[in-house]
Design a protein around this ligand. Structure first.
Ligand code: ADP
Ligand code: MG
Ligand code: ZN
Length: 476
């Protein structure tokens, strides 16, 4: 039997506000345990939550960016369950009236666009963090994270493969980063994802039973876990069994998912509207204000890069995947306004360098202005493209501007015809055998001569002139 897989993702994005969602405790990461706490986030009786306006504003940003409808009125609800990291015994979340619904984002798979529906976006508070002592039968809890604002983005079950899930997640992360509302770091947990996976016979109209996968803290793990789960479910059904609705945990060491617990249903949580919080009213004016202050988003920027700079779609996609890379690219263009060579250097040498050094573009050892300057030197025939690579490496090492390096190291390209001519003559007289071969028809030997001249001039001779002179002298 042939199967089709169905995937829906629930993404939790930690919002980059200074204070928590219902109290004014700091959200700063890394403080000593339980120092960022107060009676509200510790769940003391008799205290009242006060909604952080920034959390709402950030969520509205996301709602607009993902084409959702922002609800004029939404509600907070209590999701009740007991766990030691949840001091109130309930999590304040949103349930039947979320802040935003009915959106979508577009992803690109091998050049084809695909639309993934966004079911809903809602706000909620994070829980605390448990840690377990490996040497004693003791667990500890840190409530600093309790009440840190989260935005949950639930997708429609529109995703059909692990690769699509990866593309969707990357696109979402790019959007939250562009919006400046979440730092999107999966490894550090500020951008988390649960994956719902089911399989059904190819062409079927009814979805199969789904399992929910947790502990997916990198893009690689998301894709691998979904892949594993699809295969596992196919096997279960192929063997005549049934998939059980449950929550499964991804084990990144064993590369498999294992059953964690039966999946709870919504009614298990006894959701009800939180009586401590008023309905949240958002008027159109607020939405419009947020909308008009939105930055250019990745898709718009990509389309503009193709249109304005005549770049291939692939280049535009890479350059706009991160807002700061796009800014860097445009900064280079101010110095050297030829888009394709700039794109080649940014995507090749620069991203390669950052990757090798594990640095983000904000900390690039080579400034945009200097990369632009380097390309200008090539364009003006001051240095050759080959020498430019050497200069680039030196720029990365020293942070010096390209002009200074070229001068200090004497790398200026030799374009003086008579100087090159004398080197060419010298090379020709030194290699009679090759000259004979060339004249006998082995035209490929030209490359050998070019190489010799370049070696002699330490790569500084202008290759075009070298070629011209060599041909001239060898053809006689
Ligand atoms: P819960 O909180 O119970 O997980 P939600 O409605 O918040 O429920 O999330 C359900 C997620 O599961 C959504 O992303 C949805 O697209 C996805 N989903 C629902 N049914 C299926 C299915 N049969 N196969 C795969 N994914 C599914
Ligand atoms: Mg779920
Ligand atoms: Zn607090």
């Amino acid at each position: 039997m042939k199967f089709e897989s169905v995937i829906g993702l629930e993404v939790h994005a930690q919002l980059k506000t200074k204070t928590k969602i219902f109290c004014n405790c700091s959200t700063a990461f890394g403080a000593p345990p339980n120092t960022h706490t107060c009676p509200v986030c510790l769940g003391m009786p008799g205290v009242l939550p006060v909604l952080n306006k920034k959390v709402v504003e950030y969520t509205i940003r996301m709602a607009i960016a993902t084409n959702c409808t922002v609800a004029g009125q939404s509600r907070f609800a209590r999701k009740n369950y007991f766990y030691p990291d949840l001091p109130k015994g309930y999590q304040i979340s949103q349930y039947e009236l979320p802040i935003a619904q009915f959106g979508y984002i577009d992803i690109e798979m091998n050049g084809d666009k695909k639309r993934i529906g966004i079911t809903r976006i809602h706000m909620e508070e994070d829980a605390g963090k448990l840690s377990h002592d490996p040497n004693r039968p003791v667990s500890m809890v840190d409530f600093n994270r309790t009440g840190v604002p989260l935005m949950e983005i639930v997708s429609e079950p529109d995703i059909r493969s692990p690769e699509e899930a990866g593309a969707y997640l990357r696109q979402l992360r790019s959007v939250v980063r562009y919006l400046g509302i979440c730092d999107g770091n999966m490894e550090e947990g500020s951008f988390r994802c649960d994956a719902n996976v089911s399989v059904m016979p190819m062409g079927s109209e009814t979805f199969g039973t789904r399992t929910e996968l947790k502990n997916l803290n990198s893009f690689k793990h998301v894709e691998k876990a979904i892949q594993f789960e699809i295969e596992r479910q196919k096997e279960v059904i192929g063997d005549g069994g049934q998939v059980i609705q449950e929550t499964r945990l991804w084990d990144p060491v064993k590369n498999m998912t294992t059953s964690m617990r039966g999946k709870e249903d919504a009614h298990d949580y006894r959701y009800f509207p939180d009586p401590d919080l008023l309905p949240l009213v958002i008027d159109e004016e607020w939405v419009n204000t947020v909308k008009s202050a939105l930055p250019e988003l990745p898709d718009e920027k990509k389309a503009r890069f193709v249109r304005e700079f005549d770049l291939p779609s692939y280049d535009a996609g890479v350059l706009t995947s991160v807002r700061e890379i796009a800014d860097y690219f445009e900064e280079c263009l101010k110095v050297f306004p030829k888009a394709k060579p700039v794109s080649n250097w940014v995507m090749g040498s620069l991203l390669g360098l950052l990757n090798a050094e594990g640095k983000s573009i904000e900390n690039s050892p080579v400034a945009a202005r200097d990369l632009g300057g380097l390309l200008k030197l090539i364009d003006e025939d001051v240095i050759s493209g080959k020498i430019a690579k050497t200069v680039f490496d030196e720029m990365a090492k020293t942070g010096k501007p390209p002009k200074v390096i070229v001068e200090e190291k004497g790398l200026v390209q030799v374009t003086d015809v008579s100087a090159i001519e004398s080197v060419v003559s010298e090379v020709i007289s030194r290699c009679p055998k090759e000259v004979e071969g060339y004249k006998a028809g082995k035209k490929k030997l030209l490359g050998f001569f070019v190489g010799q001249v370049m070696k002699e001039t330490k790569g500084k001779a202008n290759p075009k002139i070298v070629n011209e002179i060599l041909r001239e002298k060898l053809e006689v």
